[in-house]
Design a protein around this ligand. Structure first.
Ligand code: AMP
Length: 307
């Protein structure tokens, strides 16, 4: 059994109030896989890069338990490129540039050896590609999580709405939840989005934590108050990787276990923002992860006695 991750593998150029990078390795699938690998070690990747993508980055991903049979390397073409600039509050950002490059003609192929997929993470990518990957699986995975963003709501809403009909968990941020639902209240937005198909919805609120909804219940996980947030790029994907990695490792897809998965995702995201790009995730020890999860447990635990 395995976890199949689909999403961008990219070059990013990032600007925050603390500094600026040239092209560094990023992409939704990169962050998801690196984060999930802390909990689960059979990860298959479906994505595409150009031959400008460094071998060392592919090796780095392999060292994080990612199988590369499903990664297409297009000769003479360029890797997907995204540039973004964060505002002073670090919670909002502007996309300065999105160059689809190899993504424009990407035709995903799920290798035969990936058919043992128990958990499917449809990371941020064109909704038509997310749908195509799902349609190539001979058996429906036990759990399908889909992440998307405003870019695809603006450009491919119809495909996205189709894809949503089949998913178990949708993860988006608060502004995207408002855009997708047309509701300002996140409770109303959640109710409406759940009526589009997903059985669960996670609304990420950056430094204000994350909300998990199903039709009957709601759960809130805070974000860890950090002294320094350096670069929030990839935090949402890192969250999703921790979330799906835990579900895959435990094979328990109940709401109760999703609550734990949300805490684990939040703990992983808190590492991601401490350095630029994937740097903090690259040499993260199991002990540091365990300790960070315990900090979360302490943060939310309290006793109360009402007379
Ligand atoms: P996050 O900060 O979690 O939203 O993820 C940031 C990552 O998403 C970056 O590494 C980008 O390469 C990638 N990204 C940015 N725009 C898109 C897009 N339109 N589709 C897919 N991935 C994207």
């Amino acid at each position: 059994m395995s976890l199949l991750v689909v999403g961008t593998v990219a070059f990013d150029a990032i600007e925050t109030p603390f500094g600026k990078t040239n092209k560094i390795v990023g992409g939704a699938a990169t962050y998801i896989g690196m984060s999930a690998s802390k909990f689960y070690d059979h990860i298959n990747l479906v994505s595409v890069v150009g031959n400008d993508f460094p071998k060392s980055a592919i090796e780095m991903m392999q060292n994080h338990h990612m199988d590369m049979e499903g990664l297409q390397i297009k000769q003479g073409e360029k890797t997907f490129f995204w540039a973004g600039k964060y505002h002073n509050d670090m919670n909002t950002r502007d996309t300065l540039e999105t160059q689809l490059n190899v993504l424009e003609t990407f035709d995903p192929k799920v290798p035969e050896s990936y058919q043992d997929c128990e958990c499917l993470m449809l990371g941020n990518l064109m909704p038509a590609i997310q749908k195509k990957v799902l349609s190539q699986l001979t058996e429906r995975p036990k759990i399908i999580v889909l992440d998307t963003m405003n870019f695809w709501m603006d450009n491919c809403l119809e495909d996205l709405m189709e894809a949503l009909k089949n998913v178990d968990v949708l993860t988006i941020n608060d502004e995207e939840a408002r855009q997708l639902s047309g509701e300002y209240s996140l409770v109303k937005a959640a109710r409406k989005i759940l009526s589009f198909g997903p059985k669960h919805l996670i609304i990420k609120k950056g430094e204000h934590g994350a909300l998990l909804f199903n039709h009957d219940e709601v759960f809130f996980a805070p974000a860890l108050p950090l002294e320094d947030v350096f670069d929030p790029t990839g935090a949402g994907d890192t969250f999703a990787g921790g979330f799906i990695g835990h579900l895959c490792a435990t094979k328990d897809y109940s709401f109760q276990n999703m609550k734990t998965a949300v805490i684990i995702g939040s703990a992983m995201a808190s590492f991601c923002v401490e350095k630029f790009g994937t740097e903090r995730l690259e040499n993260l020890s199991d002990e540091a992860v365990e300790q960070r999860i315990q900090e979360f447990v302490k943060l939310v635990q309290f006793d109360i006695s009402l007379k």
